[in-house]
Design a protein around this ligand. Structure first.
Ligand code: FES
Length: 166
């Protein structure tokens, strides 16, 4: 190849220079916006917060409802989360179940159905769950109640993240 073929015209040089500078300026301008948009997602991996619920001695083998309340950050919106949680002892284990029905999200309650006093009952479409959260077959809910991560320290019960049951 001759040197002449590699020569860059003044017009090409100007075009490449402007493209380079323009590209750099566009990247510099958009990076803070991308960082701002991804900020909540980048913080999502932060350590799980534990919330005190009750003393271990307060729990029996019968599910009891407790109020789980904490400040939550949903992207840039801060609010107060308020959930009803059912806790009970199962041998050495403490089980914490969400009261949100896995069918369409109504609130379930334990022992409110006269015919099934040992189950969770959802009044919206008559869904039922066993005491351990397993959904009763052939009813609207297709999966068990979700569970909370439980931590017991010095006789006090704390709840962490909600773990989706499959
Ligand atoms: S929402 Fe609970 S059975 Fe439909």
């Amino acid at each position: 190849m001759s040197e002449r073929e590699h020569k860059v015209s003044r017009r090409q040089f100007l075009t490449y220079s402007l493209m380079g500078v323009g590209g750099f300026m566009a990247a510099a301008a958009s990076l803070p916006m991308v960082r701002f948009a991804l900020d909540p997602a980048l913080k999502a991996g932060a350590e799980t917060e534990l919330h005190y619920i009750c003393d271990l001695d307060d729990l029996t083998e019968e599910p009891q409802s407790f109020n789980l309340q904490y400040a939550q950050q949903d992207a840039w919106y801060e609010s107060e989360a308020n959930h009803t949680v059912y806790l009970f002892r199962h041998g050495e284990e403490v089980v914490a179940l969400s009261s949100t029905c896995t069918h369409l999200g109504c609130t379930v309650a334990f022992g409110t159905n006269e015919d099934h006093p040992d189950q969770f009952f959802c009044p919206c479409h008559f869904g039922r769950f066993e005491k351990d959260g397993t959904n009763v077959p052939n009813l609207p809910p297709q999966r068990p109640l979700d569970r909370y991560e439980v931590s017991v320290e010095d006789g006090k019960v704390y709840l962490g993240s909600l773990i989706q049951n499959r």
